[in-house]
Design a protein around this ligand. Sequence first.
Ligand SMILES: Nc1nc2c(c(=O)[nH]1)N[C@H]1C(S)=C(S)[C@@H](COP(=O)(O)OP(=O)(O)OC[C@H]3O[C@@H](n4cnc5c(=O)[nH]c(N)nc54)[C@H](O)[C@@H]3O)O[C@H]1N2
Ligand SMILES: Nc1nc2c(c(=O)[nH]1)N[C@H]1C(S)=C(S)[C@@H](COP(=O)(O)OP(=O)(O)OC[C@H]3O[C@@H](n4cnc5c(=O)[nH]c(N)nc54)[C@H](O)[C@@H]3O)O[C@H]1N2
Ligand code: SF4
Ligand SMILES: [Mo]
Length: 758
Amino acid sequence: MAVSRRDFLKSTAAATAAASIGVNLLPGMSNQVFADSMQWHKSVCRYCGVGCGVMIGEKNGNIVSVKGDSENTINKGHLCVKAFYLHKAVHAQTRLHHAMIKKDGEFKKVSVEEALEFTAKKFNEIRKKHGGNALAFYGSGQAETEETYMANKLFKGCIGTNNVEGNPRLCMASAVGGYLTSLGADEPAGTYEDIEQTEMFLLIGSNTAEAHPIIFERIMSHKNKNPNVKIVIIDPRKTPTDQVADLHLFPKPGFDLPIFNAIAHVLIKEGYADKDFVEKHAFIKDNKGNAVTFEDYKTFLEDYTPDKAAKISGTPANDIIKAARMFGKSKTAMSMWTMGLNQRQRGVWANNLVTNLHLLTGKIGVPGSDSFSLTGQPNACGGVREGGGLCHLLPGHHLVAKEPHRKLAAKIWDVPYENIQPKPGKHTVAMFSALNEGQIKGIYIMCTNPAQSLPNASKYWKGLNDQFVVVAESFFPTMTTKYADVVLPAAFWTEKEGVYGCTERRSQYMPKVKDAQGDAQWDAYLLRDLGKKMGFEKEFTKYETAQDMWDEYRLFTKGTDMDLTGATYDRLKNLRGLTWPIPDENHPGTYKRYTKNDPVFDNLPAEKRAGRRMYFYGPAASEGKASIWMRPHEEPAEPTDAEFSYAMTTGRILEHWHTLTMTGTSPELVRAAPKPYAEINPADARKLGVANRDMVELESRRGKMTFEARVIDRPAPGTVFVPWHWEEKPINVLCNDAFDPGSKEPEYKVAAIKVRKA
Ligand SMILES: Nc1nc2c(c(=O)[nH]1)N[C@H]1C(S)=C(S)[C@@H](COP(=O)(O)OP(=O)(O)OC[C@H]3O[C@@H](n4cnc5c(=O)[nH]c(N)nc54)[C@H](O)[C@@H]3O)O[C@H]1N2
Ligand SMILES: Nc1nc2c(c(=O)[nH]1)N[C@H]1C(S)=C(S)[C@@H](COP(=O)(O)OP(=O)(O)OC[C@H]3O[C@@H](n4cnc5c(=O)[nH]c(N)nc54)[C@H](O)[C@@H]3O)O[C@H]1N2
Ligand code: SF4
Ligand SMILES: [Mo]
């Protein structure tokens, strides 16, 4: 068989190996060499929201290697350590190869067909007896857009329930709420391109070095080349991100809101506000949303002097002033934040207060300036925020509450209009509470492990235990599969094609490069076939390929602020992604929204744009204006007190991903971070009489657990940090499930605890 030149070029590994021993391979020279050679396939990293491009090294249907894609603009060939070991997860012993149904407390192996039929029967029984709202879907920011799309159609369009949620509620909901209320539409105005053009970074509640390593690398290399670039961190904990910091503000967990107001106070007082920009581009709003004057805002901020903010937050006033001056003096500034800001009872307010600083100084809509939320999961933006995988949304930034949006969905999905409920379904915490209380009687869980990841976790095990639970998983066992009545084996990354959309509004295509293992099937097909078996044959027969789903999904986005019309599979297969809006197939994608060269902005009537450099055209903005919000200080739901005197915060470490089902399969990563621990400041350790590696007992109002103490100058005194990755110490049992009244995102970042030597 002749080998085409393309195949020849693709077999880089063989070519390189041959070159190194001086053999000059020519097309057709040796079939054997090609049969054994590795093929590289362009794809996207499975892990975080940075969205790095990877090359998957595949040999005879096995994934043998992963390397960075040097042509990808995000990471230019670089990868972080988790990604390098992704191939081990693909071939892990713990991969789930077959379906199972629990009978008399024991899992019995069955065919996928039988498992789906059983599920369809049970779901239909529940639906008939208790109505569609007794069913629910709980998905993931790690699922592909096509997968979430199928779930949305099945549950919202066919079954007729808006009980469709996903783990981005635990993660990005406050950022969504922040963008909607501040800028009028979800997702950032800028892209990663701003990193290399900025004079200042404000990193808030983001351990960028460990959680978004490639972004951190870009920040670091920009700073190395431009030592005058300033980096300010606001975080109750020192992290490896501090390597590059000029200044670090340490608020008590949950007490940083006044710092942002105090920064605004200083910016105005010292003449850094851009009043002209504010006048043309923003409303100033009181906490209820009424428009007020700039003078009112100034008066409000009088109450937030650096001294007062210092008293509340525990951060020295001088540091707050220094941070404000750096922000004011820099011609451009980029704020980046993650869970330290979002996972809070006032996560939306916190987001508003950060974006305020940009609106107040006009540091937005120009290269190097943006209020830029970092996304956690690889497709939280693409699949769930854009794809509409939450209980109030429909695909393409549409809302269940809006009649024209429901009509559009009914038309595209070819389902009766009345099927789509106008009332939002239950948000995540409410969904799992309803499972506890028996209002929800059947749930389909896909690509997430809520038994471990929910806050106050043990409270929600009851509902998982009592109700009919279906879990689609690629690995087994997990904490959630324990509670499953049916387990469906899901094809994993590399075994399915689809699209991931990352932080910077970029949609990227991932190819299928090998067959799924055992009986495993693509999640989107499992959902489609479940739909057919539930009686929605007509509604689901048309989806034969991933492209069928993607093409239909794009119809939802046509003419919206997140237009994906130009993002065809054909283009995505060849390009390293496209950033929306992309209104047609010749459009190159949009770097900055709301300003010149954004196609939506450029198409506005001239009178709207007149005299303005930005127009906030999002559906939640009026008159094209953004909003500066007067948000007061509010304490976290559970401040420390005399009895529970330490603030516990939880988060991540470099080597591991969430519940360890994937990174736990790589001996290299496990060796680097083998077991659970709690970080305690040396001053606290002395007080408690605890030495490094002693066992300590942590007790919150919800439970207690012992951990090995890591005595280290990372958390500020009074704060204890616990990484939440390990199933054997499910720290989430201790976390608070209080949530933001606006975004419904839980306050993982603050719980009051007692600490004692065990
Ligand atoms: N290695 C690795 N990377 C990941 C992930 C992973 O599991 N492992 N997960 C991905 C996902 S889904 C997400 S959401 C992101 C999360 O990324 P990050 O949010 O950066 O990570 P976390 O460790 O959860 O929390 C970040 C910081 O918030 C700080 N913090 C706590 N309370 C407060 C507060 O009150 N105010 C302020 N200002 N800061 C506070 C903590 O001290 C911590 O350093 O990471 C993504 N990347
Ligand atoms: N204490 C504490 N808890 C937290 C947080 C915190 O900061 N502190 N952060 C919260 C945040 S930000 C997030 S995003 C959540 C994440 O919480 P989870 O989503 O529950 O955590 P993961 O371990 O990522 O779960 C993904 C699951 O999907 C499975 N899987 C992988 N690939 C596939 C696939 O292709 N198909 C299917 N069907 N399954 C697959 C994996 O094996 C794994 O079990 O946790 C939240 N929980
Ligand atoms: S930074 Fe995120 S996307 Fe990039 S290689 Fe690491 S885990 Fe993957
Ligand atoms: Mo997340």
